[in-house]
Design a protein around this ligand. Structure first.
Ligand code: MF3
Ligand code: CO
Length: 254
């Protein structure tokens, strides 16, 4: 069963989402050559604390950090670490904010310093793919419509979509049904209803879509060593279409 959220739950999730969006804005200013992902992780913990929130990922199924920080060929669930970021790198920062029990999940990829044209295109296509998916997040549409829209766009651009990780329902825990694959067939899958809150989070690879897991049991990276990017929003299905909860400004839920 997919739980539908009350207005009160949606308002809490939106407040968490808006704080998360502000946190990403701050990170975008911090991402310069020489900074480490461990420093970014510490900044996030401090920022959330100052704003009365907590990092829901820390301790989730034993995950040890506030953020996932995935560099270059790492697809997702990278561990923050002490290696300085270098000009030309891609780093994806993913986090789940808990503010007064409301959860929100959002990832952005950042270019470090001046991006090469290849990197810039990968980032642009990945972000656009997220919005292709969000467009389909309408009441009465199905999860397969989202996956199809993302996959067909990304593959037409000459990239591939990771299949091992999906978007998901969220609240009261990070991962709730339904799964939202970023590939698939129109008209298939779960029917979307008003009050569902979902993440859409395409991971797009420059090369092949296949992934392998590091020895830490968490970090996924591309099998061919090509680079990967990801953008993720949390959104609510409403009568008036998708309402993104992790960006600002959004329509305010009272
Ligand atoms: N934010 C991640 C997602 O989109 C959650 C990863 S679980 C963690 O699903 F434990 F790695 F944090
Ligand atoms: Co997610």
């Amino acid at each position: 069963m997919v739980a539908l959220k009350s207005k009160r739950e949606l308002a809490l999730m939106q407040q968490a989402g808006q704080l998360l969006a502000r946190c990403h804005q701050e990170i975008s200013k911090l991402v310069v050559p020489g900074i480490t992902t461990l420093e970014i992780d510490q900044f996030v913990e401090q920022f959330l604390k100052e704003n009365g929130a907590t990092a829901e990922q820390k301790g989730y199924k034993g995950y040890p950090y506030a953020t996932c920080a995935s560099i270059n060929d790492e697809i997702c669930h990278g561990f923050p670490r002490k290696t300085p970021l270098q000009t030309g790198d891609i780093v994806t920062i993913d986090m789940v904010v808990n503010l007064n029990g409301g959860l929100a999940d959002s990832a952005w990829s950042y270019a470090v310093g001046k991006a090469t044209p290849d990197v810039r295109r990968l980032l642009e296509v990945t972000e656009a793919a997220l919005y292709k998916g969000i467009e389909q997040a309408q009441e009465g549409q199905r999860s397969g419509d989202i996956g199809w829209a993302i996959q067909s766009y990304v593959e037409a651009e000459g990239f591939s979509v990771v299949r091992d990780f999906t978007g998901h329902g969220i609240g009261p825990t990070i991962h709730e049904p339904p799964q939202i694959p970023h590939f698939g067939q129109k008209g298939k899958g779960v029917k979307l209803k008003e009050g569902m809150v979902l993440t859409i989070e395409p991971m797009v690879n420059k090369g092949k879509w296949s992934a392998k897991l590091d020895e830490n049991g968490w970090t996924a990276r591309t099998t061919d060593g090509e680079w990967s990017a990801q953008y993720e929003h949390t959104l609510a299905i409403t009568k008036d279409g998708p309402l993104i909860l992790t960006s600002q400004p959004a329509e305010q839920i009272e």
